[in-house]
Design a protein around this ligand. Sequence first.
Ligand code: GTP
Ligand code: MG
Length: 299
Amino acid sequence: MPMPHRTQQQVIKRRLRGKEGAERIRELRAILAELPGYRNGPYADLRKWVEGELTAARTRKRVVHRDSIAVRREGAAQIAFVGPPNAGKSSLLQALSAIQIRTGDYAFTTTRPVAATTRLGGVLVQLVEIPGLIEGAADDRGGGRALLGVLRNADAIVWCHACDRPVEELETIRDEVAAAGIELPALVAATKSDEAPAPTHPELRVVPVSVLDDASLDRLRHELWTLTGLLRVYLRDGGDPVALRPPATVLDVADTIHHELRNRCTGARIWGPSARFPGQQVGREHELRDGDTVDILDR
Ligand SMILES: Nc1nc2c(ncn2[C@@H]2O[C@H](COP(=O)(O)OP(=O)(O)OP(=O)(O)O)[C@@H](O)[C@H]2O)c(=O)[nH]1
Ligand SMILES: [Mg+2]
């Protein structure tokens, strides 16, 4: 008489604990061989569950298995797109940039971090899809440690969560990231908003978005810029704005143009949010705001 199937499942889970990759696959195969071959009833369900675990373990084994993966930083900030498999991370990245990535209606389409640069209000920002984070990632399940290492270097997180999925899926991944000690400014991109209403979140700002809806993508871009926490300062001569980490002064702007200019700078004329009136003359230490236009004055 075999033991009750519930007990059996617990025993199996214990046998699998801490086992990853080839080791997990070996153990799952051994378990399958030992299970009684009933065709229906609880034992048949248990067999199905073990077979499911085997498939998942095989998929994950193909997913990154390295201690560290490097993503070369580009642009003024790096924003990581994190979420359960199939949440629409690649599709979003593609819709927000010029990159071509594989997307698919199945889990683990993306197996390595994918980076793409995009302009947010004229400033170059890097978006990175962090693939394959699953329960247990903080304990290196599914090569989680390397992926979390990439995430640790980012400036902000966009939690990608499909509107038609239970919120618990996202919370599982947030727990893993928290367990890894990673705390970054974040928002939830409620993806596939054309399919279901966006959920609410007790802590995080939720931005509904669909790759089929350009207006929603524009709203997301706007939110992404705010998430970077950076300031955009325009130069009077024109051209792309300069991105600065606040607090930023006239001297900081001069410095990004040329180190020499920092020394020669005597102040600036400014237009925009931090100016009391258009063209106000200010000193070198004047603090700038997002959207200011600056004309550096030098000796
Ligand atoms: N209806 C709808 N479907 C979407 C949207 N965005 C993505 N999808 C679909 O969702 C599926 C998964 O998309 P991906 O972008 O590959 O998702 P992912 O999070 O990168 O998936 P993995 O890399 O496998 O973890 C694909 O079939 C997409 O076509 C959307 O805004 N609306
Ligand atoms: Mg993907």
